[in-house]
Design a protein. Structure first.
Length: 145
């Protein structure tokens, strides 16, 4: 995040001179309010496009790793992909991020495959295959082979 020095304003200024604070928001798009020389609040200028983008990225990050794997593998040829390529694709599409914001490693992908043997099959060469399921008409799913 790029922050202009004039966007750093003491919190008390908001109470004593709100017009100054909002004029800086108009000029720079945001203001960071400081208490004891530490950032405590950010005042942003409303931008519908930014709000919608943030909402979309929040929704994308709500997937579990196995859900993200399922989404990508479902669209792949033969529903199969190399674990490292699968990790890259999940990260590029922001379907799953670790709590630290980094991408899942291929070793995590491989491990998750072992935790969900009903969903995934580990093939030779570190390839992961999505097991296909078919609705049997009774509301349950059975594996097809």
């Amino acid at each position: 995040m790029n922050i202009k020095i004039d966007s750093l304003i003491p919190f008390d200024t908001l109470l004593t001179n709100p017009e100054q604070v909002f004029s800086v928001v108009e000029k720079n798009g945001k203001v960071i309010l400081l208490k004891d020389n530490k950032p405590v609040y950010i005042v942003l200028k409303y931008n519908a496009e930014t709000i919608n983008t943030e909402s979309a990225s929040e929704k994308q990050n709500n997937n579990t790793l196995q859900e993200a794997m399922k989404i990508v593998l479902y669209e792949a040829d033969d529903k199969t992909m190399h674990a490292s390529k699968l990790a890259d694709e999940i990260y590029e599409r922001r379907l799953y991020l670790q709590k630290n914001g980094k991408k899942a490693q291929y070793t995590q992908i491989r491990a998750r495959c072992g935790h969900y043997p009903d969903m995934f099959e580990a093939l030779l060469g570190n390839f992961i295959k999505l097991k296909e399921k078919q609705n049997n008409g009774g509301g349950t799913y059975e594996e097809t082979t």
